[in-house]
Design a protein around this ligand. Structure first.
Ligand SMILES: CC(C)(COP(=O)(O)OP(=O)(O)OC[C@H]1O[C@@H](n2cnc3c(N)ncnc32)[C@H](O)[C@@H]1OP(=O)(O)O)[C@@H](O)C(=O)NCCC(=O)NCCS
Length: 282
């Protein structure tokens, strides 16, 4: 436990770490977010399985605040309706950058949340590139691509992404994976994330094709609304989302605490561990 989480703070706001999946399954979530409520149990599960930290604030045994924290990248997400709870959860970790519906520091970046309600047969996008689901055996290649693009980032979440609820789509060009993107569906709620196109394959429509393929899959998987968080500085991704008919339904702030921003460290583990990666489908 971080030293700054004092007993008095803990009892006033009842902030505790959750470390076991069994305990996580018992959590009763209140209404914590306009956009993310349906995804929270899944986020918690993935955080625990992926080596991350989960902290909850409770009021009358109902979770009124949730902090998920990636210890490697030092990036977290805070979900709560209460600004005081958000502030307390922000203070739990000494270093990092935290997504929240509240602005928690003077140094923030805004991530609007976009949504679209796909309807069957309505998307007539003319694909410029064949889009396919990634094969499980391609995870090392995908991780290599992400590391080439972003440097050493934490890709452990790839290992535990649920095959039922998450799909990875790719586009190949000249025998290599040129672009990749994920989509998850929980009930009627879909979410796009981690769209990435290698720099030398950009501006030829791969990102757009991956957007449409994922929304189509989400719709067929039962998604009635598909969301995506995009930095307001990300001109390309915003253009793709807007062209697809997404509209802004909310926003997240990425707030950096006083100790500074995230410091990515290589998380990839041994080659044997990489070979065992699961979560993709053929
Ligand atoms: C965002 C990203 C996936 C876009 O991929 P892409 O394959 O280049 O996208 P597309 O070719 O389909 O571009 C679609 C439209 O986006 C806009 N766009 C793309 N790149 C742009 C740029 N650098 N500047 C301005 N507009 C841009 C254009 O309107 C473009 O259409 P046009 O080329 O016909 O004008 C890619 O830039 C990328 O991987 N960026 C780094 C990772 C990232 O930001 N991911 C998104 C996280 S939400």
């Amino acid at each position: 436990m971080d030293p700054q989480l004092t007993p008095s703070l803990s009892s006033r706001f009842d902030i505790k770490a959750v470390t076991e999946l069994g305990e996580a399954r018992q959590l009763v979530f209140g209404d914590l977010s306009d956009c993310f409520n349906p995804f929270l149990p899944r986020f918690v599960r993935e955080a625990l399985l992926g080596g991350g930290e989960v902290w909850v604030s409770r009021e009358d045994s109902v979770v009124d605040g949730l902090l998920l924290y990636n210890v490697i990248e030092r990036v977290g997400s805070i979900f709560t309706r209460d600004a005081r709870v958000a502030r307390r959860l922000f203070d739990v970790k000494a270093a990092g950058a935290f997504f929240s519906e509240f602005s928690l520091s003077t140094k923030t970046e805004i991530y609007p949340v976009f949504a679209v309600e796909p309807t069957e047969g309505a998307d007539t996008h003319p694909f410029a590139h064949p889009v396919r689901m990634a094969r499980r055996s391609e995870q090392p290649a995908i991780i290599r691509m992400l590391n080439e693009m972003y440097g050493p980032i934490d890709t452990r979440w790839l290992q535990i992404a649920s095959r039922e609820e998450e799909r990875c789509f790719v586009v190949d060009v000249a025998g290599e994976i040129a672009g990749v993107g994920w989509v998850s569906v929980v009930g009627a709620h879909g979410r796009l994330h981690s769209l990435s196109v290698r720099p030398h394959y950009r501006r030829i429509g791969i990102g757009t094709d991956l957007w449409h393929a994922r929304v189509l899959w989400a719709q067929k998987a039962g998604g009635r609304r598909v969301i995506s968080e995009i930095s307001e500085l990300n001109v390309a991704s915003l253009a793709i989302a807007r062209a697809g008919g997404m509209r802004r339904i909310g926003q997240q702030f990425l707030s950096h605490n006083s100790a500074g921003g995230p410091i990515p460290v290589s998380p990839l583990g041994s080659p044997a561990e990489r070979a065992d990666l699961v979560g993709h489908v053929d």
